[in-house]
Write a new protein. Structure first.
Lengths: 253, 253
């Protein structure tokens, strides 16, 4: 399983992905799911992947080798796309064909070949953009009304984002919310686990992207996890109990 | 969609179910999903249902009419079962055959005929028990280590139960936690909605079960929802932001 979230706010872009994969509950591994294409000033693309690992890995390998474009006769890669939208279309096409090839003839195996990806970044002078790409090749774009997208095991960590994240949230607060979202997810689903890979890209194109890996020894994350648990317990304790339920059973006489 | 939770703690049994059903997002209705078989001192059974409404309704109708038992020649109903476990077996058998009959020949329609049920209560002098029944007819029982079971849209409301509920939780605190769990679910999934039907059964068999319907006008629930939102925001605000992310972008000189 996997959990990835991308947040696109006025201050910039944050993308986070866990690193746990499993083929059955007894075959758990650590794989990077956040992939970076950093072309300096001209191009920055981050891709987070969820779903069947053979499909997402083959998709990225094909993109790395380059994909022949029958219309132009050129070889398309993520380094040559003229815009983020073109990158989304390229990745969507490769993901669709890879899924189709992988599952062809293997339907009877009962394996899910589904995969989804988050793709965020900028090419040239365009503003930062963020998309969710489905394995049918289609995609949706993140906009200000709901400034985040999730893939994988998204439900446990969605409530905190729904309640607290908006487009005006500062970048460091957004990172905090993202880590709370991961903490909630990892508590409820063992198939999502540390380390968390993260990249932050500020809206100001003069700023370099920053990379972080949050692992078991990260004091800030461990503190956040402990404090969030304590504060949830305090919040729960501060809410009065329902007056229509008696604490003690009524005495029968 | 649906969300139902059952909690089996030392103080007793709590079962809660929402009432929203939908056939597509533009066809939303209100149906009772918590069904009570209250036979006074001898028998109390509560069933909460999730999944395909035609399957769960047909299952309950068959149970109401009685099911011929080929081994005994008798007609089995929920009023005649000698134990909660026998009730679980009876409901599981009827649910499995109903699902099979309903989907037979309709696989091509692409409709899901899946359904699950929570069944809790006691028969005679046995202690309270709680089960989750799958539509294959099998079931799992709730035990003290994880003193709750959920069906339907369970993920949004699971973290608060994982963090706060244990077998020693008082009955009115468990009801509060259940309502927080519903509040989180309803905020993130419009397919789960008020009113919430609820029954509480104390461990002391001398106490009568109590029934509640929490609707839009319930002042306690509205207060709980508002306070929980405020306290989550306070909790979030009280946690420091990650020190490795600067609030302002570094100045490039």
């Amino acid at each position: 399983m996997t959990y990835c979230v991308g947040m696109l706010i006025d201050a910039g872009l944050v993308m986070m992905a866990d690193t746990r994969t499993n083929a059955g509950i007894d075959n758990i591994s650590c794989y990077r799911k956040l992939h970076i294409y950093d072309g300096g000033d001209d191009c920055f693309i981050a891709i987070a992947t969820a779903g069947n690992l053979s499909v997402t890995q083959a998709t990225l390998s094909k993109l790395a080798e380059g994909v022949p474009n029958p219309e132009t006769g050129e070889i398309d890669t993520l380094w040559t796309v003229p815009s983020i939208f073109k990158a989304v279309q390229l990745v969507g096409n490769v993901l669709r064909t890879t899924r189709h090839e992988t599952e062809h003839g293997m339907e009877a195996e009962g394996v899910s070949f589904g995969a989804t990806m988050l793709l965020g970044g900028r090419v040239g002078s365009e503003p930062l953009r963020l998309f969710l790409i489905y394995d049918a090749g289609n995609a949706i774009e993140c906009h200000a009304d709901t400034p985040y997208l999730q893939i994988g095991e998204y439900k446990y960590g969605k409530p905190i984002l729904d309640r607290a994240l908006d487009v005006n949230t500062p970048l460091n607060e957004a990172v905090k919310l993202g880590l709370i979202s991961f903490d909630s997810t990892m508590r409820s689903n063992l198939a999502v686990g540390l380390p968390i890979d993260m990249v932050t890209v500020r809206a100001d194109p003069a700023c370099e992207p920053e990379y972080f890996r949050i692992d078991q020894s990260n004091a800030y994350f461990n503190d956040l996890s402990r404090q969030w648990g304590e504060k949830l317990r305090e919040a729960q304790a501060a809410i009065p109990r329902p007056p229509f339920i008696k604490h003690k059973a009524p005495v029968i006489v």
